[in-house]
Design a protein around this ligand. Structure first.
Ligand code: ADP
Ligand code: MG
Length: 322
């Protein structure tokens, strides 16, 4: 289910939440909107869902034109055939797992054919045997899966996720990331996923769209976003970055070498902080030009040590813009 936005913008009470956006989300992809709180991720998702109306532009989902400002077209959410999963799961506490999953279907008057679809959805999220339980009898991860089952029961080709894992504790969140991506793949649906967590975005997505202040700054594969950011904000927001300010250049910590090599730029500095990460040490270095850099070291190194580091030229990335 391809999604296409053309010139879509939105303001609330005269304040811009979303600048005009052109975006095509390809069918079957897992696309993540990544950015800090308030940058417009939820707004963009709600515009696709039909929970908000854009001020301008048009939105197409599959072959349906669901919104067109100029032609006065607006299709309400229930006609858009999409699923939504939110952070708070929004399960009905007085309904069983089965009833919660079936709820969306009944609301659309499809009661008769619902049972097979509900059973398939419950199977897809691996909750067989839990049909008669109530939400309070489930773990956080299981509740999240019920919410997901509800969104897929209607066999929508498009599922929108708004920070669905952020209420879970860290360990469970890691597990659910993997499971969720796998379930989405198995279903073959198009997923648009919102998060402010760069690790989550990197590990789950085919495509990441980095947003800031209602604007899309960069769109690309996780690897491209990390290695070739087009904007300093993207470089800072995604992973750790070391700056060569004078030349508007960027170096990732894993490319900082501890020996001076030929064919490399070298930098001198003083170690100001060392933290143990389990598999290695993260070392903060204050360079001679006052820049603060991060590098990794395989053994402990002393604070106050004078060090020389080097970066191979192919690992120095230049930012052209802004
Ligand atoms: P995000 O999901 O990235 O945190 P939002 O899309 O929720 O960001 O918000 C983007 C901007 O729009 C924020 O400045 C927010 O305060 C504003 N906003 C969002 N929804 C409303 C609303 N219903 N009324 C007024 N302002 C809103
Ligand atoms: Mg939000």
């Amino acid at each position: 289910m391809e999604v296409e936005l053309r010139g879509v913008s939105k303001a609330f009470d005269g304040t811009t939440a979303l600048q005009p956006i052109d975006l095509t989300i390809s069918s079957g992809s897992f696309t993540t909107l990544l950015g800090p709180s308030g940058c417009g991720k939820t707004t963009l998702l709600r515009l696709i869902a039909g929970l908000e109306r854009p001020d301008r532009g048009s939105i197409r989902i599959g072959d349906k034109l669901v919104f067109d400002a100029e032609r006065g077209i607006y299709m309400p959410p229930q006609q858009r055939e999409l699923g939504m999963v939110f952070q708070d799961f929004a399960l009905w506490p007085h309904m069983t797992v089965y009833e919660n999953v079936a709820f969306g279907l009944k609301a659309r008057g499809r009661g008769k054919e619902a049972s097979a679809q509900v059973a398939r959805a419950i199977e897809a999220v691996r909750l067989q045997g839990f049909e008669k339980r109530y939400p309070h009898q489930l773990s956080g991860g299981q509740q999240q899966r019920v919410a997901f089952a509800r969104s897929i029961a209607s066999q929508a080709g498009l599922i929108l996720f708004d920070e669905p894992l952020s209420a879970l504790d860290a360990l469970l969140r890691d597990e659910m990331r993997e499971e969720l991506v796998q379930m989405v793949r198995e279903l073959g649906v198009t997923a648009v996923y919102v998060t402010h967590d760069q690790t989550e975005a990197m590990s789950m997505s085919d495509t990441i769209i980095v947003m800031r202040q209602g604007e899309m700054l960069q769109r690309g594969k996780p690897e491209d976003i990390y290695h070739t950011p087009v904007h300093p904000f993207v470089a800072r927001f995604v992973g750790r970055s070391n700056w060569i300010e004078a030349d508007r250049q960027l170096v990732r910590p894993e490319h900082v070498q501890w020996t001076a090599q030929p064919e490399a730029r070298t930098f001198t500095g003083v170690v100001t902080r060392v933290s143990y990460l389990g598999d290695r040490y993260e070392v903060t270095i204050k360079l001679a030009n006052d820049s603060i850099w991060t590098a990794y070291h395989h053994e402990r190194i002393a604070i106050g040590d004078q060090v020389q580091v080097a970066v191979a030229k192919q690992h120095i990335h230049s930012l052209e813009s802004a």
